[in-house]
Design a binder for this molecule. Structure first.
Ligand code: BTN
Length: 264
């Protein structure tokens, strides 16, 4: 596929989908980061949701300001949503997105799990990551950007050796590439389905689905966050997606965000 083809082909593909929540499409061969682009686009008074896609990213970003390596063959997409929802429920959206990615992978026979809050892993290796960025003003959510990076048809040797946790990819797991547009279509349709469940405030469905896919619950874990480190057993998630852990001393702690580590 030449670069020109990618933009045109992707726009034609998206326009044919007839989506409920996303009507604006922005496609690039190469940009810094689809999440950064999404933030710029927000100044353009988008009335509905939008999808931003790039074939490759020069400065793809992950959680905790990490680099998200974005070679050709991966899927790099950000969804812009301007929802009128309870700010306190936004913590459910990264969880929801990880369910969406996991369900999409299952169409290809790949069984994945979710490491809290939203890393999608296959055979203990990360295959996809999610970066949610939002802006809250006076208790009102002004926007929400859901950035998804999926190692789709990316050969293992295209990732740098510096990555601490060796990732995997769909092509490595299946031993054959998948069709980019077929995968993207399934992903977007799943997202619309789960986002509509979210809009209907059926939060319990998202929480129970996440629990079924969880790789973290019942494990001894360490959470690192700006307020320090906590070690304990992952006990549950509550109806806002907060992780509840029981420490050695038997205390229950609720955790909203942080980096999760296992003691294998
Ligand atoms: C993580 O696991 O740390 C999250 C990774 C999120 C990567 C995606 S790729 C599309 C979007 N644009 C970015 O710069 N990051 C997200």
């Amino acid at each position: 596929m030449t670069d020109d083809d990618f933009v045109e082909k992707t726009l034609v593909f998206l326009n044919k989908l007839d989506l409920e929540f996303f009507q604006n499409f922005f496609v690039y061969d190469e940009i810094d980061s689809t999440n950064i682009k999404a933030k710029e686009l927000l100044n353009e008074n988008l009335e509905n949701g939008a999808i931003v896609i790039a074939k490759t990213q020069k400065s793809g970003r992950g959680r905790f300001n990490r680099v998200w390596e974005s070679p050709d063959g991966g899927l790099y997409v950000s969804f812009i949503l301007k929802p009128d929802i309870d700010v306190e429920k936004t913590t459910l959206l990264p969880l929801l997105t990880s369910i969406v990615v996991s369900k999409t992978l299952s169409y290809y026979g790949l069984s994945s799990k979710i490491k809290w809050p939203n890393d999608v892993v296959v055979n203990k290796k990360k295959i996809a990551g999610i970066l949610l960025e939002s802006d809250v003003y006076k208790d009102k959510l002004r926007y929400l950007i859901l950035g998804i990076g999926i190692n789709l048809n990316v050969r293992g040797d295209l990732f740098s050796n510096e990555l601490k946790n060796i990732p995997t990819s769909v092509v490595s797991e299946l031993k054959k590439p998948v069709d980019y547009y077929d995968f993207l279509k399934k992903l977007i349709i799943e997202l619309e389905k789960y986002y509509s469940i979210f809009n209907d405030k059926e939060y319990f469905r998202i929480v129970s689905e996440w629990k079924k896919l969880s790789d973290t619950l019942n494990r001894l874990i360490k959470i690192k966050s700006s307020s320090g480190e906590i070690i304990g057993k992952a006990y549950d998630i509550d109806d806002s997606g907060f992780l509840i852990i029981i420490t050695d001393s038997g205390e229950y702690k609720k955790i909203m965000s942080g980096d999760c580590f296992y003691f294998y």
